[in-house]
Write a protein that binds this ligand. Structure first.
Ligand code: FRU
Length: 612
């Protein structure tokens, strides 16, 4: 046989010459088959830039460092177009050989087809990654991740003047995947600094929700004042893992004795606290599919004993039980204190999908006993009457006996479909929880905007002591600066009116209509024509809250960001959080009354200062 030159042999075998395929010369792609590609990386720059196409399936990207598997991440690699990029941090790999062994889906018939993917043409390295807020619907004053998907806030803890906020994060795309604890911190609950990932997936699984505590007496032996985290390691099963931080929550060391709690059924989202009455640690664990919360105790945060289970058959039971919390609070206007147990539930929320219910009762370190009504029934209560408040839990060790909470401002029904791209989901504004007695004798939780938020106020654009509103309505221009983000305050005295409506509108014909019905003592929010609504059939909705008695009047505090409206009624006796996606910002508030004139008092509009 005639001797063929080497390159001809390669071509005959269908091989591609492996050449650097991007302008940096740091990335070399070799296709091995229809669903397998090797990418050799020179980790000379800070980031590897991965192009994503959301409609594509996840590829398994195995990161090999000096030939050893370092991690596997799942990324929706761009096929026909690039929706956005995500950065993969190369700093830990400097000076090492990095190969990505990528397994894509089996949907290609030839290597030639595989070669056409946009991913291979656009993957590159860079020392910078631009996170400037350019998206129409990215909030200006709510916490969001810099990029990527976020769900539950979790593990929140206050230490040395900083509010640490960890969250369920996918660093490699704007849909749920690769669960990791993202980390932000703030000294004022408004301006957030973004930090490196705090806890990343390991051999026990991805990192689901959990909690953090300060351990001042070093009961766990990880050091005085260590931040101790307990979270769910999620793989085929869900088990509970410990980690601790001795650098103020920046990095966590994983406890080698993990897992510390195992069960034969699905259980997640451990939330622990120091019970000052028993001087023991307590822990609530969501026994998700059994619709109950398991209660444990421990002397040292490592060894946990199951004490009781709460909740079977009580409250809303339709969905899985998730993300618990338990704490004690004084009841306003009394010398009573009560325990409040938070139970997030999905689906089965008050308006479909996700919702945060709570129980008020007593807790002796072992058993939680819920309050009942006169007939001996446990009343179902909700922390928020909108569609977009979920996974609400509180900060551990907050100062001044504050019970500060924050929720995920979305709903599992459509969170992955909302019209944003480089990031998905924000958190609600931080809120202070209190307890008050309702007219029915039940104790309820109030949620008021955290006091720090007044610092967001910019110009007062309108101040009206009082006026009368009738059928034809009165219209007021909303603040327009900073993309129309604003805070509106007003008190409605309905007088003879059968209902009073507040309509937010714009020239594009989008409108959100809020209605106070004094006879029914309800406040409702209609977002069916609020702007973009057709990305999910579950999005258009009317949500309704009990207004809670305030002598017939309703005082409102309304925060409008780029794609959300949060309403706090009668000093937080009810809260309502709803996403809206107006095609241009709302420019007008129209106040009208039916069945008689209403009086509107102390109407004040503030423009707000963007923080991102
Ligand atoms: C709630 C939840 C938690 C779980 C996490 C996973 O939204 O389902 O139960 O820990 O999300 O991201």
């Amino acid at each position: 046989m005639k001797k063929l030159p080497m390159f001809a042999l390669l071509l005959a075998a269908g091989a591609t010459a492996a050449a650097a395929n991007d302008s940096t010369g740091n990335v070399t792609v070799e296709h091995l088959g229809t669903n397998n590609t090797l990418v050799r990386i020179k980790p000379d720059n800070r980031f590897l830039i991965l192009p994503v196409q959301e409609s594509n399936e996840d590829a398994a990207v195995n990161v090999l460092v000096d030939g050893k598997l370092d991690r596997t991440i799942y990324v929706r690699l761009a096929k026909t177009r690039v929706d956005y990029n995500v950065p993969f941090d190369l700093t830990p790999y400097k000076g090492h050989d990095v190969i990505l062994n990528i397994i894509t889906s089996q949907n290609r018939s030839s290597v030639r087809e595989a070669r056409e993917d946009a991913f291979w043409k656009n993957i590159t390295t860079s020392d910078t990654f631009d996170t400037t807020n350019r998206e129409t619907y990215r909030p200006s004053f709510h916490h969001t991740p810099l990029y990527g998907w976020m769900n539950d806030p979790n593990g929140m803890v206050y230490k040395d003047g900083l509010w640490h906020l960890y969250y369920q994060w996918n660093p490699y795309g704007s849909k749920w995947q690769n669960m990791t604890w993202g980390h932000s911190s703030s000294s004022d609950l408004i301006h957030w600094n973004h930090h490196q990932a705090a806890i990343e997936p390991n051999g026990l699984g991805t990192v689901f929700s959990g909690s953090c505590v300060l351990d001042p007496a070093n009961s766990a032996g990880f050091g005085e004042n260590a931040i101790v985290a307990l979270y769910t390691s999620a793989a085929t099963s869900q088990i509970q893992s410990l980690a601790h931080s001795s650098d103020n929550g920046n990095t966590f060391e994983i406890y080698p004795g993990n897992p510390v709690i195992t069960l034969e059924s699905e259980a997640r989202d451990p939330n622990m606290f120091l019970n000052k009455e028993t001087n023991e640690w307590n822990l609530l664990l969501a026994h998700a599919l059994d619709h109950e919360m398991l209660i444990f105790s421990s002397p040292d945060l490592r060894n946990w004993t199951l004490k009781s289970a709460f909740g079977k058959g009580l409250g809303a039971q339709d969905g899985v039980w998730e993300c618990p919390d338990l704490f004690k609070l004084p009841v306003e206007g009394s010398d009573m204190e009560k325990w409040m147990l938070i139970c997030n539930i999905n689906p089965g929320g008050p308006f479909g999908g996700s919702g945060t219910q709570y129980f008020i009762g007593d807790f002796d370190g072992t058993t939680f006993t819920p309050d009942t009504d006169a007939d001996g029934n446990v009343v179902t209560k909700w922390m928020d009457y909108g569609k977009d408040n979920y996974a609400t839990v509180s900060w551990s060790d907050a100062p001044d006996s504050r019970r500060t909470v924050i929720g995920w401002m979305s709903n599992w029904q459509y969170a992955a479909e909302v019209p944003t791209s480089q990031f998905r989901s924000a958190n609600t504004l931080p809120r202070e929880v209190g307890l008050f007695k309702g007219d029915d004798g039940q104790i309820y939780a109030s949620s008021s905007p955290s006091p720090e938020l007044v610092a967001l106020r910019g110009r007062t654009t309108l101040k009206k002591k009082s006026y009368t509103a009738g059928k034809s309505g009165k219209s007021f221009p909303l603040p327009t600066e900073n993309g129309g983000i604003c805070e509106l305050l007003l008190t409605i005295d309905p007088r003879k009116a059968s209902d009073v409506t507040l309509t937010l509108s714009n020239a594009a014909g989008n409108k959100t209509v809020m209605t106070y019905n004094p006879a029914a003592a309800t406040f409702s929010f209609d977002r069916r024509e609020s702007g973009l609504t057709d990305f999910s059939q579950d999005f258009p909705a009317v949500t309704t809250a009990p207004a809670f008695n305030n002598g017939g009047k309703l005082s409102l505090r309304i925060f409008i960001d780029k794609s959300s409206i949060e309403v706090f009624g009668n000093d937080g006796k009810f809260a309502m959080t709803n996403l809206v996606f107006p095609t241009t910002p709302y420019t007008t508030l129209t106040v009208a009354a039916n069945g008689g004139n209403a009086r509107i008092e102390n109407q004040t509009f503030y423009s707000l200062t963007p923080v991102q």
